[in-house]
Design a protein around this ligand. Structure first.
Ligand SMILES: N[C@@H](CCC[C@H](NC(=O)CCC(=O)O)C(=O)O)C(=O)O
Ligand SMILES: [Zn+2]
Ligand SMILES: [Zn+2]
Length: 398
């Protein structure tokens, strides 16, 4: 099997229906691509009480340093309404110069190009001047509890050490060469419950409507802005993502009402300081709510989602330069170095080695008719190949 063609690699991967948490044959297909290239491939199943077991894969080519890791995920989000797709989501059909299928850009496409780039490197230059590893999880789109975080720990406990990592998530907004991600904002979620007194809607003086308290508390979290951004990060931003009362009766004032929120925060904050600011805002709004004249302060409870995601910025100039130069060499374009968007598994990898992210154009990720231009698969393979050569050359400089 020729693994130097990213289109064939991607068709093979898309035809494995690996919707989280199913492995769907995707890791086995990847293993079959890596073994003939000389990789030592290991499969690791991660478990957590109350959660589905997840299959992950770690593969290494070479046994000396320097050591470059490629990281990503083979799990995909569900296809949604399959009848709405122009081509079946797991058929990997090609039409009009594009390859259609769930995971085409997020991010089986990135993995297909990793493999093709390594295969071509070996064909052209022989074995790499150090080691290349693939750290691939089946739990990125899900809770991410049995995925990259555990796989890294498992590999590190077996003595694995890495000098740098490239994550192949789709980082480009419009065209290949637009954007490299060099860090990510942090993320904290929580739920606020406002406590009231249940009663008859026609006798409100006998009750205490929690919705009158909820509105100023929710507003106080969203405005004013937490900051205006920093040198390396966009502004922090909090969104109220859900309001829940669960009251089926129109003539009953409910006993409690709650709202959920999520904040993406920059390096002005840590998870702890941003939580403290959220509490400060809630307390101020609860005490001074203009919607409750003459009443006691709003009573509320808050629960935080279990695991915050921490903000990070990669400062390894050699790694960033190797990737930027590779993008420029192949596309003629200078990529923006960005920390925009959501979090990724790079938030776990940054604890082990410097990490950057570059992949396909993300416009159709998670959508019906997710698809990638065949030309982009070829270009990304060339970028990854150029990056491999440059990174090892830089890493081996005296
Ligand atoms: N489900 C995971 C983490 C969710 C990560 C998610 N990331 C993206 O959507 C990537 C988008 C981008 O590249 O900008 C997010 O930011 O919510 C968990 O709960 O840990
Ligand atoms: Zn992804
Ligand atoms: Zn995704």
């Amino acid at each position: 099997m020729s693994t130097s063609d990213p289109v064939i690699n991607l068709q093979t991967l898309i035809r494995c229906p690996s919707v989280t948490p199913a492995e769907g044959g995707a890791l086995s297909a990847l293993e079959a691509m890596l073994l003939p290239l000389g990789f030592k491939v290991e499969r690791m199943v991660a478990t957590e009480p109350g959660m589905p077991d997840i299959e992950n894969l770690y593969a290494r080519l070479g046994n000396k340093g320097p050591h470059l890791m490629f990281a990503g995920h083979t799990d995909v989000v569900p296809p949604g309404d399959e009848a709405s797709w122009s081509h079946p989501p797991f058929a990997a059909m090609i039409a009009g110069g594009e390859l259609f299928g769930r995971g085409a850009v997020d991010m089986k496409g990135g993995i297909a190009c990793f493999v093709a780039a390594v295969a071509r490197h070996i064909e052209k230059h022989g074995m790499p001047k150090g080691s290349i590893s693939f750290l691939i999880t089946g739990d990125e789109e899900g809770p991410a509890v049995n995925g990259t975080e555990k796989l890294l720990k498992w590999a590190a406990e077996r003595g694995e050490r890495w000098d740098a990592c490239l994550v192949g998530e789709p980082t480009n907004p419009d065209a290949l060469g637009d954007m490299i991600k060099i860090g990510r904002r942090g993320s904290v979620s929580g739920k606020v419950s406002v406590l009231g007194v249940q009663g008859h809607a026609a006798y409100p003086h006998l009750a205490d409507n929690p919705l009158r308290g909820l509105l100023p508390l929710a507003s106080a979290l969203m405005d004013p802005p937490f900051d205006t951004g920093t040198d390396n990060f966009p502004p922090s931003n909090l969104e109220v993502t859900s309001v829940d009362v669960g009251n089926p009766a129109t003539n009953v004032i409910p006993a409690r009402a709650s709202f959920a929120f999520n904040i993406r925060f920059n390096d002005t904050w840590t998870a702890d300081t941003v939580k403290a600011e959220i509490l400060r805002r809630l307390d101020a709004a609860a005490a001074g709510s203009p919607l409750r004249p003459g009443r006691d302060p709003v009573r509320y409870e808050i629960t935080w989602a279990e695991r915050p995601s921490h903000v990070f910025l990669t400062r390894n100039n050699a790694l960033i330069a190797s990737l930027s130069e590779a993008v420029e060499t192949v596309t003629g374009r200078t990529p923006q170095l960005s920390t925009t968007g959501g979090t990724s598994d790079a938030r776990f990898i940054k604890d082990y080695c410097p990490v950057v992210e570059f992949g396909l154009v993300g416009q159709t990720m998670h959508m019906v008719d997710e698809r990638v231009a065949l030309a982009d698969l070829e270009i990304l393979t060339q970028i990854y190949g150029t990056f491999i050569s440059r990174w090892f050359d830089n890493a081996l400089l005296p």
